[in-house]
Design a protein around this ligand. Sequence first.
Ligand code: FE2
Length: 158
Amino acid sequence: MGSMEDTEESAYKWTPDLSVGIDALDDDHKGFFEMADQLRDAVGRPEPDPMTVESILLVLDEYVTGHFWREENALKKGPHLEYVAHKREHDKFKTRYNSITTLYYDGRREAIRELPELVCSWIVEHIRRTDRRYAAWLKATDVDRRPLALLVSAQDMD
Ligand SMILES: [Fe+2]
């Protein structure tokens, strides 16, 4: 295994320096890396299998919707401006994410190839610049620990 390969692989893994100090949120973040890695593997094949790609996308959708809700809902306990700025970052990402998956479902299958890299590079930057700001004050008890699927339906009722 060459060093290039090692570097590339590590970009798709959560590392302890990305911890925000709250297990529920760290676990969600790990899921983004895991799903991006699975997606990279699936779309990197010569003939990507739509069933595989789409089942990964369903889980990834759950992370984007459910995890963002988990974080935003917890951030409502802190300064309002922090919450608003943070939510804006999430919304911007959601727009990019949705534009790619919409293209894919509209039949522009090749569009999905850029999603794994987008998810990984975005989550690393976002944790470092934005999530780490709440690490100083957010408490584990502020965070709704229910499973992602339930948070997705909670957000539908917002
Ligand atoms: Fe965030």
